[in-house]
Structures are given as structure tokens and as C-alpha cells.
Design a protein around this ligand. Structure first.
Ligand SMILES: [Zn+2]
Length: 461
């Protein structure tokens, strides 16, 4: 089943398990519903699900439960839409050396690496992900396998390859260069016809304005959004002039903040009423020094799930000396600037979404999304319900307009203490998932430097 609209895949935070689509009505009864719209949670909620659709939402005593409905107790739990990871790379699973990774494992991307990454996301509460850069055929293949129910994993939306001025040597399979405006249009058309879900544009400051405009126009003509990097000021300026829909990362290297003229341009855009989305992917930078000094999370088996032993060993070895990783060399100098940049974006009128660059060195699909949410709430002052909205409502909204008639309700996950391993309402695979997933949430949380309340607690309002 391909889900194109608002995805209200419900989960009880912490664990994911998949209930098989069945005919008949299911009623999830008793828990606190956080619907992702940002409003007040609904206590003693009732959610009616028919086949794979949510047909009604209400409260105990107010919404009738049809006779014969299968009742799934959600008492003591919080119920919320499945999370979206808006910036992932399924071809990557944390190895620190891209040149080695691409050479050694590219043949295994389709059948091993991407399925494992998609499954790890799902087991971490992420039911949808936007992959922003990888080989086209492999990504589309895995996307379809999951849509058809042949693989267990987060629903994938993908750009396929990066579009950039020139691919870096050896990366031609997933980085497509652009010779001129006509070539740019042709590349975008090819991707559109292949069935990608968006276009990923990077290094646009190395392109001519004509080339950038050609990419955005052609993408929009095919009803595809353009997602672009924002590392350098000129990438943002040119992207805004051409009309890109969403920027990624915080960027601007070690500069203390976004330049005044860049902020003016961003505000001009947001004032125009044409929504500007932004995925700051901030935790990957913010948490680097913590992981460098406290690498226990590198031994967390949740990121190893689905990967062969030799691959796991190779990844783990590549992280043995995190302070020497070239990927993160400048990050300690960038970290002090991140709060200010995040504040600038958060108050610019841009709509921020949750994404993490999952898959890049030390950043695992099995935990990166909740770390981003955790950071937004604990360090950056975002209200919990707004953070949830950035990982549910806004990602869905960024893809399309939606109506209540397009709310879906698979898969379902559940709280361990109540349902895992004991509830007859869970399929065997859901029970298995319960056992494997929740410990990883708590494990990961336990290792945080300061005594912190686990993320799960604030989700259990
Ligand atoms: Zn990325």
C-alpha cells in the first residue's frame, strides 16, 4: 500500500509492531491521544480503525464502539502518529569512511543496507522517512518492497540521487552532474518519470542561476518539491531566488549566525505566504562531542540489526577514534553557533521539521530521530507538542494537503509493559518487535551524560 497523504499511523511511543491489516473494526481505547496537530492531548481516547483507515476519534463515553469491534486497550499509554525522519540516507549506516563504504558495499545497498536501515527506523518509531540522496534504482526497489509489504520498514519517500554541478569522483551512481540548463531539465525529468518523490539539490552555489531555475521549474512542473542544501550563504540566496521548497541543515560553517541579508531574504519569502520548510538536522552536530567522549552508544545492538557481522565489525572499527574523523573535524568550532542559528530559523517564519542526516558517521537510524526531538525540547526550548508536530503533522503537510478521509492506521506499536509479549492483540511479529525495540530506547537514553528524564516520559503526558 502506498501512502501518499497524511499518515496517521498510530504508535504508542517506544515500541513498534505491525498488526496485519484485517477486516473488521479495531478500537484503541483508554490512552491519551496526541494527534500531532499541536493541540491539547485527548485523555481517555477512543480511536476506531476499519481496515487500514482511522474512521473516528473521540473519548470514552462519547464515541460509541461498534459491537464486535476488537478492543485494544491503550490505558496508561500515549498514542501518537508515527514519526517522520525527514532527512535520511538509507545507503549509509554510520560508517565513518564514505570512500571505503561506497567501494566495499555498494553491491549490498539494495538487498542488505537499505532494508536494514528502513527496518531500524521503523523499530525506532519512525513510520515514514524522506531519503535525500542515494542510488535511484536501489531506493525505488526497496521503497516498493516496503509498500508491497514484502519488507518491514518505514515508508520511503526519496529524491534518488543528489543533483549537483559535478559529482565527486567515484560517486556518479548517486550524484548526478548538471552540464547546462537543458541537461538540468533532462535529469529532473528522468527522475520524475522514474517516480521519485522530490528533488535533492546541493552545491547550487556552483551552478548558474539558469541551471538552478531550470531544476526548480522542471521539478514543480512534475509536482515535485525541491529540497536544497543551505551550507553556504549563496546556496540559500540562490535557492530562495529560484523558489526551492525546503532547506536542509544549519550550515554557514563556523560563522556565528546567518548573515543579515540572508535572514531578510528568508523573511521576505515566509512573508509572501509561500511556505518555506527547513530541516535543521542539528543533533548530528550538537551531539558529536558527547559521543566522542562517551562512545557507549556505538555498542548499542539496535544499529546492528539486519546487518551482517563483518559489516558491523567494519563500521564499529571505523568509529574507534571519533576525535580523528575528518567528517566532524570542524564541529566543535561550529557547536557554539548552533543555538543562535536554530533560533534565527525558528523565528524566521520557516517551518522546521525533524530530520537528522541518519546514516552519516556515528548517526544511526535506530536512534537519531528521537535524539533530534530530545535536543529541540531540552536544549533549544521547543515545546514538546510542537516538537511532535514537527515530526508528524508538518512532514505530512509538506508533502500534500490532506483531509481526515486519508488517515491511515497501520502499523501499530505498543507499550512494552502492557502489551509486549502478552497481548493477544499483537501479531507474533509485533511481539517480537516489542521485545527488540523498547530496550534500545531506554538503553540509548540511559547513556546520556546528565541525569535526564527519558524522552518517553514527556511523551507520556
Ligand atoms: Zn544528507
Amino acid at each position: 500500500m502506498k501512502i501518499k497523504q497524511w499518515t496517521a499511523w498510530l504508535l504508542f511511543f517506544g515500541l513498534i509492531g505491525q498488526l496485519q491489516a484485517q477486516t473488521g473494526v479495531k478500537a484503541m481505547v483508554g490512552g491519551t491521544l496526541i494527534d500531532g496537530f499541536g493541540g491539547k492531548p485527548l485523555h481517555n481516547s477512543v480511536i476506531l480503525i476499519e481496515n487500514d483507515k482511522i474512521t473516528a476519534v473521540g473519548q470514552v463515553g462519547q464515541l460509541d464502539i461498534p459491537a464486535g469491534a476488537e478492543i485494544i486497550s491503550t490505558e496508561g499509554m500515549s498514542v501518537l502518529p508515527g514519526l517522520w525522519e525527514m532527512h535520511s540516507h538509507l545507503m549509509l549506516v554510520g560508517h565513518s569512511d564514505y570512500a571505503h563504504w561506497d567501494t566495499a558495499y555498494i553491491e549490498q545497498f539494495r538487498d542488505v543496507v537499505m532494508p536494514a536501515a528502513a527496518k531500524q527506523l521503523l523499530h525506532a518509531g519512525v513510520t515514514s522517512t524522506r531519503d535525500l540522496g542515494g542510488p535511484l534504482e536501489e531506493l525505488l526497489y526497496v521503497r516498493e518492497q516496503i509498500n508491497e509489504g514484502k519488507l518491514e520498514g518505514a515508508t520511503i519517500y526519496t529524491s534518488g540521487p543528489f543533483i549537483q554541478k559535478k559529482p565527486y569522483p567515484g560517486t556518479e551512481k548517486f550524484r548526478w552532474g548538471v552540464e547546462n540548463p537543458d541537461d538540468a531539465r533532462a535529469k529532473v525529468r528522468k527522475l520524475a518519470l522514474a517516480g521519485v518523490d522530490c528533488i535533492k539539490l546541493i552545491d547550487q552555489d556552483q551552478m548558474s542561476m539558469e541551471e538552478i531555475k531550470a531544476i526548480v521549474e522542471e521539478a514543480h512542473a512534475h509536482n515535485l518539491k525541491v529540497v536544497a542544501h543551505s551550507h553556504r550563504p549563496e546556496e540559500i540566496r540562490r535557492g530562495l531566488i529560484a523558489g526551492v521548497d525546503c532547506f536542509e541543515h544549519t550550515g554557514q560553517a563556523t560563522a556565528p549566525e546567518y548573515a543579515a541579508d540572508v535572514m531578510e531574504m528568508i523573511k521576505e519569502r515566509t512573508a509572501s505566504g509561500k511556505t518555506l520548510f527547513w530541516t535543521p538536522t542539528i543533533s548530528v552536530l550538537w551531539n558529536y562531542t558527547y559521543f566522542r567522549d562517551n562512545p557507549e552508544a556505538f555498542d548499542d545492538p539496535s544499529w546492528m540489526e539486519g546487518l551482517p557481522e563483518n559489516m558491523v565489525k567494519d563500521i564499529r572499527t571505523s568509529l574507534n577514534d571519533p576525535q580523528t574523523l575528518p567528517y566532524y573535524m570542524m564541529v566543535p568550532a561550529r557547536k557554539p553557533t548552533l543555538r543562535r542559528k536554530f533560533e534565527q530559523l525558528a523565528t524566521s517564519g520557516a517551518i522546521l521539521m525533524t530530520g537528522t542526516d541518519a546514516g552519516v558517521p556515528m548517526t544511526f537510524h535506530s536512534s537519531s530521530t528521537w535524539r533530534e526531538l530530545d535536543l529541540w525540547v531540552r536544549e533549544l526550548g521547543i515545546a514538546p507538542l510542537d516538537a511532535i508536530k514537527s515530526a508528524t503533522y508538518w512532514p505530512a503537510r509538506s508533502r500534500t494537503t490532506f483531509s481526515k478521509s486519508s488517515w491511515y492506521a497501520t502499523p501499530i506499536s505498543t507499550h512494552p509493559r502492557r502489551a509486549c509479549g502478552s497481548s493477544a492483540t499483537l501479531s507474533p511479529s509485533a511481539r517480537k518487535t516489542c521485545r527488540s525495540s523498547i530496550p534500545s530506547v531506554f538503553r540509548a537514553t540511559t547513556f546520556k551524560r546528565r541525569a535526564r528524564t527519558p524522552l518517553w516520559n514527556w511523551l507520556t503526558l
